[in-house]
Structure formats: structure tokens, C-alpha cells
Design a protein around this ligand. Structure first.
Ligand code: ADP
Ligand code: 5GP
Length: 202
């Protein structure tokens, strides 16, 4: 069996990552998602069984001491981190798994998992990013400004990514992400196990 692909997805806050990934998982339910541990307060739309496991700062620091996290980052005053085990389980079971993480976390993953593939999601324009962030209505205006400032520096690091997907039309963008996975899975290096299995049964 071929291994699954760890797919890093980053993009500035408000560019539509959550919404886009929801469309992706609806259309392609075989793709798995890495649930992050976070210390930020819950938003109205966040649920316990959603994209995050909400923990206290003390719990997060214990996870760090126990080396349970593949990467972590502090973002606008809160910790965010990727639990190691679910990612390695998915990859070893042949499942592709999306890691929705920020640019600093992505850099750490590239060091630890060189086989990871990365996609940077761009908003169609800075105006639409501001509109989406304020339209979501989940953050105070001061936090929106912090997130916009962070967005500009994050977009400056888009060149660290393998692929860029523009989130204009949601269905098109979701299909583009899946096409990236399809193309990556067709690479020779991702088919060595399969080829060996075929040859061993010849
Ligand atoms: P992120 O996860 O990147 O912070 P969200 O998924 O929360 O962003 O999206 C921010 C806002 O933008 C939400 O109100 C969402 O409905 C809206 N949005 C997301 N994608 C699109 C799109 N392709 N076109 C128009 N609005 C969008
Ligand atoms: P939000 O608070 O809007 O849900 O997320 C803020 C930022 O944290 C986003 O850029 C998101 O991609 C990033 N993020 C979410 N989970 C993780 C994680 O596990 N690790 C890292 N490094 N960043 C994360």
C-alpha cells in the first residue's frame, strides 16, 4: 500500500480556509483532517468535535513536554499545535491528511516531514480579505487589524509553498486542492510500494 500524503494548507486568517476545507471534505470524505490542539477561546461557530481540541495553556505545555506535538506556534497570543500520532497513523494507513496550519508551523513540518506537500490559499484581493474577516463577525475590530497585519506578512511567505490556490469560487478552489493531491499521488516516488507489491506477486 502506498503511503498517504500530509497536505499542509495555510493562508491568511479570513481567506476562507475553513469554508473551503469544509467543501473539500464534503466532496472528498476520504481525505482526513488533523485536529489541532489550541489555547484560544472558542468562537461561536467552534464545536468540540470540529477542527480544534480546546485545551488550557497548562495542558498545552504538558503536551509539549511529552513531545506529543509535531509542530506548534504562538499566534496572536495563543498556542496552536499539531498532535503527532494522528498524522503518522493516517499516512501509514494510506490516507491523505490535511494540516491546516500557519506559515511558521508549515516551516517546521517541512523539516520534520519532507514528503509533505504544501498549498497556500490566497484571497482574490486584500479588499475581499478585509470584507471576509469583518463579515465573519467573530473578532473585535482590534483583532481584525492584528489579523490583517499578520496576513500581509504571511502572504509575503507564499513563495515557501509548492502550490497556490485562489479562493474565489469555493467549488473550483476545492477541486483544485483535490487535483493537487491526485497529481502528487501519481508521482513515481509515491508509488514505489505499489510497484514493489506488483513485482513481488509476478
Ligand atoms: P479562515 O478559515 O481562512 O479564517 P473562514 O473560512 O472563516 O476563513 O472564512 C471567512 C469568511 O469568508 C466567512 O464568512 C466565509 O463565509 C467567507 N468566505 C470563505 N470563502 C469564500 C468565498 N470563496 N467566497 C466568498 N466568501 C467566502
Ligand atoms: P484561527 O484562530 O483563525 O482558527 O487560526 C489562526 C491561525 O492558526 C490560522 O493561520 C491557522 O491556520 C493556524 N493554525 C490552526 N491550527 C494550527 C496548528 O495546529 N499549528 C499551527 N502552527 N497553526 C495552526
Amino acid at each position: 500500500m502506498n503511503k498517504g500524503i500530509p497536505l499542509i494548507v495555510s493562508g491568511p486568517s479570513g481567506c476562507g480556509k475553513d469554508t473551503l476545507l469544509r467543501v473539500l471534505f464534503e466532496k472528498y470524505p476520504q481525505v482526513k483532517f488533523s485536529i489541532s490542539a489550541v489555547t484560544r477561546p472558542k468562537r461561536g461557530s467552534d464545536t468540540e468535535d470540529g477542527k480544534y481540541r480546546f485545551v488550557t495553556r497548562e495542558q498545552f505545555e504538558q503536551m509539549l513536554r511529552d513531545d506529543e506535538l509535531l509542530e506548534h506556534n504562538e499566534y496572536v497570543g495563543n498556542y496552536y499545535g499539531t498532535p503527532r500520532q494522528p498524522v503518522s497513523d493516517a499516512v501509514n494507513n494510506g490516507s491523505d491528511i490535511v494540516l491546516e496550519i500557519d506559515v511558521n508551523g508549515a516551516a517546521q513540518i517541512r523539516e520534520k516531514l519532507p514528503e509533505a506537500v504544501s498549498v497556500f490559499i490566497m484571497p482574490p484581493s486584500m479588499d475581499s480579505l478585509r470584507g471576509r474577516l469583518t463579515g465573519r463577525g467573530t473578532e473585535a475590530s482590534e483583532v481584525v487589524e492584528q489579523r490583517l497585519a499578520q496576513a500581509i506578512s504571511e502572504i509575503g511567505r507564499a513563495g515557501e509553498y509548492d502550490y497556490i490556490v485562489i479562493n474565489d469560487d469555493l467549488q473550483t478552489a476545492a477541486d483544485e486542492i483535490y487535483s493537487i493531491l491526485t497529481a502528487e499521488k501519481a508521482k513515481y516516488k509515491n508509488n514505489k510500494n505499489f510497484i514493489n507489491e506488483v513485482l513481488n506477486n509476478a
